[in-house]
Design a protein around this ligand. Sequence first.
Ligand SMILES: [Zn+2]
Length: 366
Amino acid sequence: MTELRDLTPHTAIADEQTQRGQRQRRQLRTFLPEMTALERMLAEAPAQVESHVVDHVALDDLQLPIYRIDIGSPRPEAPAVLLVGGVHGLERIGSQVVMAWLEGVLKRLAWDEQLAALLERVHVTVLPILNPGGMYLNQRSNPSGVDLMRNAPITAQDRSAFLLGGQRLSRRLPWYTGDPEQGMEVENQALETVIRELLPGRSFSVALDCHSGFGWQDQIWFPYAYRRRPMRRIASVMALKLIWEQAYPNHDYRFEPQSRHYLTHGDLWDYFYKQINRDNPGVFLPLTLEMGSWRWIRKRPRQLFRLDGLFNPLVPHRHKRVLRTHLTWIDFLLNAAASHRNWLPEQEQEAMLREAAIMHWYRDSI
Ligand SMILES: [Zn+2]
């Protein structure tokens, strides 16, 4: 019998699959179909795509891999785009959006010269399922009950939202922070390993972490979550918002600092933003896509009775629409990263855009 290992350059995938028994494969297909789909997609991916396992998450007798996929320029100074999905296990649509984009790119690599030229100028790293245990269990937190978005060693400066802002009372309640001073959870450590290896030394990098479940509208959130004051790179976010809205005026993402909604402890992207921008001259912008799921519920109130229905579009045509809606935005981020020298503000422009950003977002809080 020909082994999968002999058929694909992606040996990481074959290694994972051979370690699983039949029952485990069935469990994975049933409870984490996104992982099965991802492995199939990667096994067939062209050789210029690299796939690795950053770490494993143990769940009963299963060892669930955290996959990392790399495409594009190997130059350490090339601008980078980091795409993350599945931080909150219940918000499966976040993983699915990232994978829908990835699948299209893997197919286009076979013929699209324009894409190939773009990828010579930019590096893309994808972590489509950061919290495979949470996704398998269909729960927000990881298998230890920790909310990964509240698990970084950073404390809110003002009063955070009660419970929602992160709590240390019990891992049985949502938004449990764990004990970040003792080290972050394994999933977040995997992300930190990737970020520390990937981002330093680049003049520009942007991360997009895909979530769902808050609000009527699709939103792009940026730091901070731990305090209400603007971050140092705020002018760059304003510039990115402007070029996006000029290029795609009929899309309507709402750009906002997370602190406009509620303050939280332990925000992962606050933490990485501070780390990378403190130690490096380049600009790193971590963005979160919050897909507004309340619309999906308004159109189909029955969804309220299903937990996954609060966070995911359950009707097929709506699901397809969500999967295609965000492709333009992700493609845009690649282009914006590759051409960042043409729009990233400097000196005078930066001061002006910072003023504009403060007027736009922070008038009430400063
Ligand atoms: Zn989320």
